[in-house]
Structure formats: C-alpha cells, structure tokens
Design a protein around this ligand. Structure first.
Ligand code: PA5
Length: 427
C-alpha cells in the first residue's frame, strides 16, 4: 500500500491544491483522448493490463535457461534502458546479497576502468547477455556490447553463443533488431509508443527482474492495481496527480527550484537515480522544471545535512518512508559501554532509523521551513514497487503537462549526442 502524507507541508502549499482541480481534470481528459491514438507515447499507461501471458511465458522460458546454465547475466543498456531494472533489483534484493545468478551492468558508462574491470571479472564465467536498447544505436551500450559478445563467443562458441543473448529492442527498427535477426538472438519488444524512461513495465524491466529472482507477477499486479488507482481525474481521489500539483505549487508559488528525493536505505539509491531521470528528462525543458536531486540518509546527513538545514533553501523534500524493513539488526549490549550507547541495546536498527527519519523531517520542516512530502509504503515488496514506479510515471506526466512541456521527448539530449558524434568521426 502507498499513501501520500502531507502533514509536513506548509498550509499555503496545501491550500493551493484545490485551485488546480479544474486544470488537472482538463489535462486528464486530454491525456485520455491522446491515449486513444496508438502513436502517442503513452503505451506504458496500460501496458501491464495488456501484456499477454504468451509474452510472459516466453520471458520465463528464456530466463529459466539462463538461470540454469549461467553464472552471470550482463545487462547492457543506459538511461531508460538500464535504470528501471537496476532500481527494481536493488530495491528488492538489496546490494550485498548474492543471488545464484549474479547480475552485472555494463554499457551504462564510457568509463574504461569500470568496463575493463567488469570484463575481466566476466572472463572464464558462464555468461548471458541482456542487451537493451530501443534505438540500437546508443553509443555506450553498442560499443560495450561488442566486447561482451566477444566474451560470450569465447564462453559458448561462435555459433551457440547467440542462444545466451537476449535483445530487448524495437520490433521493427534499429541496428539491434537487425543484429538480433541476423545472429539469432532471443528478441523481446519495447513497444514503439513507450519511451525509455517509462519502459520499466515492459521486458526492459521485467526480464532482468525475473533473472534476479524477483516476483514479476506480483510487480505486474502492483502496476495493474495502480493503473486503476491513479486513473481518477479528481486530485482529491488521485495521489499521483496530487503529488504532481504539489510539485507545481512548490515550483511556481513557493518558488523552489529543486526537489530532493530522500531515502533511508542504500538499496534505494538506484530507485532515486531512476526517479531523477524520469523527472529530469521529462520536465527539464524550455528553461523550466525542478532540478531533481537525491539524498540517501542517514549517510548523506553527514555530508549534506548542514546544507539541508542551513544552506540555500532552494528545494523541498520528498521522503520515501517504508513501514516494514526487509531485514533488521538488534544492537548488542557491551560490558564497558565506552560509547554510552547501552540505552539503545536490544533495540532494532529499524527503530533507530525511523527515529532518525522523523527527527530529520521535523528539523527540516520546523526549523528550516522545508516542506516535506511523505510517500509512505507499508513495506518494500515487488507489488508496492510496481505501484510506486507507476505512481511516479503518472505523476511525472501530469507534472510536465502542468508546466506545459512534452513529458515524452528529450530534445536537449540530442544536442550533446550530435556534437559528440561529430567529434568522434575525427578521432
Ligand atoms: O529515456 C530515454 O529515452 C533515454 O534515457 C534512453 O532510454 C537512453 O538514451 C537509451 O536509449 P536506447 O534505449 O535507444 O539505447
């Protein structure tokens, strides 16, 4: 279950929400009318409802073979073709526990050192590859895919290796689609009307999640329920739209320039990275948009705590608060009690983390005047994660339309890509 808690936002912000009821309802009507047009980039809105059991079975079959025969799955992709699955896998599995099939990520950077070290690690291992690219021409995954294919060929032989390569790409267009066809890779489709940062509900997210042992059916159930839950045009009945309006009010009325997404578990860091891309690429246009930043507390309280409390109050906060932790630790009692912390002995770290969270929210809201939107989850499981990711996508679309920008394009990204490609031709 996901709940929006607005007790720690200023009354002026809260009171402004009702002023947007008509505008939000009108945008919602517009979205619903656009959605009827298959070419609008809104295929993600009901993808989970329409996914066929044949498609899911095909994924299960391919993943089962890899789980049985391989040690490592290399997920090759960047941006929207990488952050969603990584966010989901980290959020559910944590970042320390090793699953039977290890998942590693490549093609999300041009870093020579990181790439070389991961390639070295993969040497002499039984590997499978899930290369994810809608266009099939993105520089980072394309270059690094070449290197991983070399390893896969060494591992399985030049003909057999193709059985261990899954290409997730466009159904008709692009270099990866052509390569998959020519080489005989297993192929899964990113629908034409779904953009990268909204693609976690498709095979882009589902295949790596399945491979990592996540309960994908429960993730899909969460998304399906969220489709119904966040379909209402009335902001009083739709928390995703309410969150979108809150962001809009913070930006336009309270004059904030940034939003900090705050989490209290290190394994939510990539969830925040996914969120940053979603909002940053969808809204950062025409000199508009809140700058999405993320903070992982309590770690970052020891680096950014000073700024948050006392620095330029250019941002508001959105905290993801999880009721039940996946695992816990009891603090032991020590005989000599040098640190004088025996009063916390036998308490759980979960209790202490919660106290840290509530005290920080209070300090930032009451003492620094920073609004804090709370997104409360009873627990982080695959069902709630599906709901949460859909909640953010739906909120993001509404938020972008409220500031009158297209949530689905990224013209700014193309400019650096063009310059880079021109320069690369000269090296
Ligand atoms: O959200 C987006 O559209 C981008 O982040 C893309 O996902 C990213 O650039 C990767 O593109 P592609 O899947 O074509 O390799």
């Amino acid at each position: 279950m996901i709940r929006l808690n607005l007790t720690k936002i200023s009354s002026s912000c809260r009171n402004s929400l009702k002023n947007y009821k008509t505008q939000v309802a009108a945008i919602d009507a517009n979205i619903k009318s656009k959605k009827k047009n298959q070419s609008a980039m809104m295929g993600w809105i009901d993808y989970a409802t329409n996914i066929s059991s044949a498609e899911l079975k095909k994924m299960e079959k391919v993943v089962k073979k890899i789980q049985e025969e391989c040690e490592v799955l290399v997920v090759v992709g960047i941006g929207g073709s990488y952050l969603g699955p990584r966010a989901a896998i980290d959020a559910i599995n944590g970042i320390v526990k090793d699953s039977k099939l290890k998942i590693v990520y490549l093609g999300n950077t041009l870093s020579p050192t990181y790439t070389a070290q991961v390639l070295e690690y993969l040497k002499n291992k039984r590997i499978a590859i899930n290369v994810i690219s809608k266009s099939g021409t993105t520089l980072e995954p394309s270059l690094v895919f070449r290197c991983v294919v070399e390893l896969a060929k060494k591992c399985w032989g030049p003909k057999k290796y193709a059985k261990y390569v899954i290409a997730t790409t466009d159904a008709k267009n692009g270099a990866l689609h052509q390569a998959a066809f020519a080489e005989g890779y297993e192929e899964f489709v990113i629908p034409t009307n779904i953009g990268g940062r909204y693609s976690v509900f498709t095979p882009v997210g589902l295949i790596p999640m399945m491979a990592a042992g996540l309960d994908v059916n429960s993730f899909i159930d969460g998304v399906k329920d969220a489709i119904v839950k966040y379909d209402n045009a009335d902001i009083d009945e739709n928390d995703a739209y309410k969150y979108a309006v809150l962001r809009h009010v913070e930006r336009t009325k309270i004059k904030k320039s940034a939003e900090a997404l705050i989490t209290y578990e290190p394994h939510f860091i990539y969830l925040a990275e996914w969120w940053k891309q979603l909002f940053g690429e969808s809204e950062g246009k025409q000199k508009k948009g809140l700058l999405p930043i993320s903070l992982n507390f309590t770690t970052d309280l020891h680096s950014m705590g000073q700024y948050c409390q006392d620095g330029n109050p250019l941002f508001f906060e959105t905290t993801i608060a999880v009721g039940k932790y996946q695992e816990d630790v009891t603090i032991p009692k020590t005989l000599l009690n040098f640190d004088k912390l025996n009063y916390l002995a036998n308490h759980k770290l979960s209790e202490i983390n919660d106290v840290a969270m509530n005290s920080t929210i209070d300090a930032h809201f009451v003492n620094a005047g920073l609004d804090n939107v709370m997104i409360e989850l009873d627990e982080m499981n695959t069902y709630n994660l599906g709901q949460l990711m859909y909640f953010f996508c739906k909120a993001c679309m509404m938020s972008a339309y409220l500031q009158d920008v297209d949530p689905f394009n990224q013209p700014g990204v193309e400019i650096y890509k063009f310059k880079m490609k021109e320069s690369l031709k000269k090296i």
